[in-house]
Design a protein around this ligand. Sequence first.
Ligand code: AMP
Length: 510
Amino acid sequence: MTLLPSANLYAALSAAFPADRTAIAIETPEKNYTWNDIDTLSGQLATFLTGLNVPAGSRVAVQVEKSPVALMLYLATLRAGLVYLPLNTAYREAEVAYFIQDAEPAIVVCDPANQGWVSELANGVGAHVFTLNEAGQGTLTEASASCASDFVTVACPADTLAAILYTSGTTGRSKGAMLSHGNLLANAQVLKTAWGWRSDDVLLHMLPIFHVHGLFVGANGALLAGARMIWLPKFTADDALRYLPRATLMMGVPTYYVRLLAEPRFDKAVCASVRLFISGSAPLLAETFRAFEERTGQRILERYGMSETNMLTSNPYRAEDGQRLAGTVGRPLPGVGVRVVNDADAIVPVGSIGHVQVKGPNVFSGYWRMPEKTRQEFTADGWFRTGDLGRFGGENTPDDYLSIVGRSKDLIISGGFNVYPKEIEEVIDALPGVQESAVIGVPHADFGEAVVAVVVPRAGAHLDPAPLQAELKQRLANFKVPKQVHVVDTLPRNTMGKVQKNVLRTQFQG
Ligand code: AMP
């Protein structure tokens, strides 16, 4: 194996930094950071991490609020040849206990407010503990302040582990997806071309950085383009309205776009400088796509990916490559193989629903310390089973465009028939007075599972379950008609905008 320094992701990112390193790379409401600052701050932290003398490949578990320093810590971890392990800030003690026991990090960085219980957990695995708050202050910053900043990035082969992302794990144990420097670089390079990243781009970055979307798609993307980021701790419609007029790119989960559209101040003029709005991590409703186009004249580009693989498919960026279509996630990205198969792993015809399987340089090597689970999730010929159900082509959709119809674990089998929740949700969402819906299966003595719909009315609208159900009987085959309809104010969502169907199943079973 060759030990080219460029196989370290940071080496590739920093090689793309602009010639003028005194230019602003990261802008926050409080402070700006130049490209030089990124190099020296991440260098200083890398010197510090290296000085702890932990073995190469040690995990650095990080559960902190978003800040530029937190981004520097990610880069420092890459530079030092250690493994970055970000944790959702929503996780509480019992959840973090699992991750620490499973990953056995050598270094844990936490919010000062959690130092007490995190230290106890970290002591159990002999890890060093440091703190970092949302202002970039804490024992990590203090301890590294006097370290040298001229760190030489560690050379490593492309298959060296760079990060472990734990899946959200709504069923069973959360699994650590192992991503290499090569996986991350391959995807960042493909997206750079696919989305036409330029050095004069300005990315409005409002996503969390404990997840593939904000950390890899967003931050790696901007760094590899040598493009500026406006770095905000989280999404608010007010902030988006304030900063969009200076941005050229925005990435968001669908809820960001829904919330922007709820603002009468959000209009064409606000996004005049934005060349591309990108959505992912959860399905973008066709209605949001259309309302957005009507309001701004721009079509949101929807893409599809996951922690284990980074990005897999994307709607086209350039008009000459085709249209961005609502309800689809576009074509496989260059170099990424995507196939839709039946239960026997045989490819199904265009237009048919099946399991989505993928292959490519972006696809992870396996789940941390779960060889058996890893073996099950890859086919003998090396395709990763995503757990998503999808379809190529279909009505009014080109044959090479993929649509995701849901997670296979959300598929409902009622009376022996397959019921795809998305199909029913689309019918419900089109009814008057409906804002959105989620269709789930709950255990049923006769049918195995019964179809249940949870429906959110539009603001000011009133919905009654009985007439809604009667309406659905007119439009759907009997086995698809929800046996129960519940009207609720909102659907439970996680921070990435995904509807938590497991929560609904618990709530509405029986
Ligand atoms: P995560 O690993 O948290 O990024 O979750 C990945 C999952 O999110 C995928 O397997 C899909 O189920 C879902 N997902 C991501 N992007 C989309 C999209 N554009 N449309 C529908 N589902 C999506």
